[in-house]
Write a protein that binds this ligand. Structure first.
Ligand code: SF4
Length: 70
């Protein structure tokens, strides 16, 4: 694994499907309106693949995983 990753959320695009949180609840949380948030944008070590899977599964393309330096 090369370097840390972070989550970038396009909040207006999130429609609250919650698929991200189903796939990777350790990273993606849902607020009381069902809209996604993260406690920390840095993806915890070991959760990179699952976080990516959750981001890729978003029907709204609201989530991106990028190198933490960006
Ligand atoms: S899967 Fe996408 S649209 Fe659904 S809650 Fe997650 S970020 Fe929002």
């Amino acid at each position: 694994m090369s370097g840390r990753l972070k989550v970038v959320i396009d909040l207006p695009a999130c429609c609250g499907y919650g698929i991200c949180a189903e796939i990777c609840p350790e990273v993606y949380k849902l607020d009381e309106n069902g809209i996604v948030f993260v406690d920390d944008v840095i993806v915890p070590e070991g959760l990179e693949a699952t976080a990516k899977e959750g981001a890729d599964a978003c029907p709204q393309n609201a989530l991106k995983i990028v190198p933490a330096g960006e």
